[in-house]
Design a protein around this ligand. Structure first.
Ligand code: GDP
Length: 308
């Protein structure tokens, strides 16, 4: 995973120890670093910001030649990347659900994202996780647009032996959400997981609809699901969805096949919201909790494998 981003970082840190650097050399080095970041799906503003901040720190701390310079650079870069994840904060969904359970009210999570990103699969993985931890769960099919979407979620509900709430195709997704919450209240269910139609971030009507669902359902948590393989597209989707919904956290899917790694960093930077899980396969347990420190370490050490 993330070979490209790791190599953008290591080629910068390697070259700094091998040359005696003037400010001009440093500029050209950082420019190559910025390009490496862009090739790793780090968005342009994030790449520029990181390079500028690292340069500022290096100039402040009077760069020397030699191995100290390499360590100093690594240290600065790590701090800057850590800063992005620190600002994004963290969300512990289990403890949020536990707190809400004490009030005898269901905890509602709404899943947002474009078709094909793995939203429904991820919802089912989260359902499995909660079930394993002893919470009761109802799945609600708020995707009343895409043919087959209701059956897809209902199949997950059957496999996982969970309750399932749906209406006909074309029904108001906000009403499905309300039904599911009422069902959960009446049956003392802890968690409602609401799927929504995958919409292109550029479709105004559909984005308006998602905003309406948020207003009517008032979910406790809104999770954006992005496909890490789509790189910059995932970043632009996150930007648009954030503008419409102010989601609380993000999950990146298909990280098992992602050789780049920049999407996580960019989404955390842009939305200032945490990545909470990585999807790493198609099975229910193919979900790893995102740990910023493990992710950063994996970028800086060639032999460090998993980022969660
Ligand atoms: P949706 O349209 O966003 O609801 O997407 P789906 O949940 O139907 O997923 C689309 C495809 O991506 C399916 O074939 C899933 O099995 C696959 N998928 C979802 N998450 C992952 C993941 O983390 N890794 C891999 N390799 N495939 C995934």
């Amino acid at each position: 995973m993330f070979e490209k981003l790791r190599s953008a970082i290591s080629s910068l840190t390697d070259s700094i120890s091998k040359s005696s650097l003037s400010e001009k050399d440093l500029d050209s080095l950082l420019w190559r670093f910025e390009l490496g970041l862009l090739e790793s799906d780090v968005s342009e503003n994030v790449a520029k910001d990181l390079a500028t901040k690292v340069k500022g720190r290096l100039l402040e701390s009077k760069l020397d030649q030699g191995s100290d310079a390499e360590n100093m650079l690594k240290d600065h870069l790590m701090k800057e990347i850590k800063g992005v994840f620190d600002i994004a904060g963290s969300v512990d969904i289990q403890s949020l659900v536990r707190s809400k359970k004490m009030t005898h009210e269901p905890f509602t999570i709404m899943f947002l994202g474009v078709n094909g990103t793995g939203k429904t699969t991820t919802l089912a993985k989260i359902a499995y996780l909660f079930k394993e931890q002893g919470f009761s769960v109802v799945l609600a099919s708020g995707d009343t647009h895409r043919a087959g979407a209701i059956e897809q979620l209902s199949t997950h509900a059957e496999r996982l032996n969970l309750k399932f709430v749906s209406q006909r195709y074309g029904a108001d997704p906000a009403a499905v959400g309300r039904d599911a919450i009422a069902f959960a209240r009446n049956h003392h269910v802890d968690v409602v997981l609401l799927d929504t139609a995958g919409r292109m971030q550029t479709s105004r009507n559909l984005m308006d609809e998602v905003t309406k669902i948020v207003r009517v359902v008032e979910p406790d948590l809104k999770i954006f699901v992005g496909d890490s393989l789509t790189g910059n597209d995932a970043i632009s989707q996150a930007t648009e969805f954030f503008a419409s919904t102010e989601f609380d956290a993000a999950i990146l899917t298909k990280v098992d096949a992602d050789a780049k790694g920049g999407a996580a960093l960019s989404i955390a930077y842009i939305a200032k919201k945490p990545i909470i899980y990585f999807g790493v396969g198609q099975e229910y347990d193919d979900l790893i909790a995102f740990e910023a420190s493990a992710f950063i370490n994996s970028l800086f050490s060639p032999r460090h494998e998993v980022a969660g």
